[in-house]
Structure formats: C-alpha cells, structure tokens
Design a binder for this molecule. Structure first.
Ligand code: MG
Length: 253
C-alpha cells in the first residue's frame, strides 16, 4: 500500500513539474552530484528517475572497434574513447565503482524506468565514423524499444541530419549554438539545445524567434541560482542542469 502511494505521489510530482509548470528538468549526465553516483553512471540515471526529473542526459562515444559506450570526456582516466578498444575502455571504473557503462546497459536500465532519455552523440573524428555511430545507435534504440522516450542531441550537424534521415519522427536538437532557430527548423530538427551564454548574451533574440517558430529550446548547463531563475522566467522548454533538485524547488515556487 505504501509503495502504491509512493508511486502515485511520484507520478503526481512529475506531472506537476512537467505539465503544469511547463518547464522540464533535464539532469546533465544523470543525477550525479549525490552520494553513490557518478557522471554518466547507471546509478546517475536511476537517481535522476527517482527524483522525478523529466529527462536524463548522457553522452555516447564509439570506440576504435565500433562499440558504443557512455561517457563524457574524450580522454577519460588516460583512455581515449575513440582511439582505444572496447576492452581498454571497459576496464575503466567510474568514481562510484561502476564499470564504464555500455550503451546496451544504459538503454536496458532506461527501459525499466519512466524518465526520458536524452542521448548525446559525441562528435567523432570523421564523418564516416559518425554515420556508422548514428546507424548503430538507431539500431540499439529500436532493439530496446525506447525510441518514443528518447530525444537525440548532437554538436555535429552531420550527426543530427543522419539521425533525422533514419528517425524522421524522433526529436532531434542541435547543440553547437551557431544556427538560428529559423535555420534549425528549416533542417527539420525539433529544436535548439544551446549554451546558456548563447541565448543570454550572444543571441537573446533567438529565444523569441524560437518561440514564434515553434522551435523548442533547451539550455545547458545551468547551475547558478541566478541563471536558473533567468531561464525559468524566459519560459524555455527544458533546462539542463547539474542541480536538478534546486531547479525542481525553484519551479514549485
Ligand atoms: Mg552531454
């Protein structure tokens, strides 16, 4: 009974946050700034889900031998994600003791949860490798049946367009901050996912342009209370943050 109540309360909280307030909280690299967690760990994904965040962002690399792994840094603990073999990458332990996750492990866990998966594909050293990586990611998303709960983000416009070709109905967002919302829309992408400075000091007019054109806006990585409040007041669709609990509190006010 207690468990059922807890589930109902959790769902209500997620609804309040997601639909009444409109703005959605995306945990940057999962909810990692909490005991037992680490950036891009399976624990971070589970913890992001447990606090009722709308989405959990994570980063995907393709190793030299074509395996997909979840990690942010190109060189992590001395190992280059792109030029090393899967065996070398897999030997890395995250700071919470987990093995560096494979995309398979991430999606298998994600499938069990409610949270939306915000998959960032990292830019690779050449476009052929990027196309190969896109095709492999798409196969995995289909295999795990999580396409309808996944959003795709990338700095590489090549990757964004390759995803768009294979997944015309999936939400794809461009990260690099150099295209206007109008241009992003003309490419068939769902929205922009830009650095906080790009939309505040460099191109504040793009916020209005995006809203007028129906281009969704996500902004990263917003952590300071002042910046969080700024983007809450601007009614952006999504805020990507390392401080999801603080943002949830702000949205409740
Ligand atoms: Mg990322």
């Amino acid at each position: 009974m207690k468990k059922v109540l807890l589930i109902i309360v959790t769902l209500l909280m997620a609804n309040v946050q997601g639909f009444v307030f409109g703005q959605k909280v995306i945990c940057h690299r999962g909810f990692w700034d909490t005991p037992g967690s680490a950036q891009n760990s399976i624990a971070a994904l589970v913890k992001a889900d447990s606090i009722g965040a709308y989405g959990s962002e994570f980063d995907v690399w393709m190793t030299a031998d074509g395996e997909l792994v979840v990690n942010h840094d190109k060189v992590y603990k001395g190992v280059n994600m792109e030029t090393s073999t899967f065996e070398q990458v897999r030997a890395i332990r995250l700071d919470n003791g987990e093995k560096l996750p494979t995309l398979d492990e991430y999606l298998a866990k994600g499938k069990e949860l409610k949270i939306r998966l915000v998959l960032e594909m990292k830019s690779l050293s050449d476009l052929n490798r990027e196309d190969e990586c896109v095709a492999k990611i798409v196969r995995k998303l289909k295999h795990y049946g999580v396409l309808d709960r996944t959003d795709i983000i990338a700095f590489s416009i090549n990757a964004c367009l390759a995803f768009k070709k294979l997944l015309p109905d999936t939400n794809i967002y461009y990260l690099d901050g150099d295209y206007s919302p109008k241009k992003v829309k003309s490419l068939g992408l769902k929205g922009i996912d830009y650095h906080q400075n790009a939309l505040r000091s460099e191109h504040p007019e793009w916020l209005t342009q995006a809203q007028e054109l129906g281009v969704e806006v996500n902004v990263w990585t917003v952590d300071s209370p002042e910046m969080l409040q700024y983007y809450v007041d601007k009614h952006v669709d999504y805020i990507t943050t390392n401080k999801p609990v603080e943002l949830q509190e702000l949205l409740k006010k």
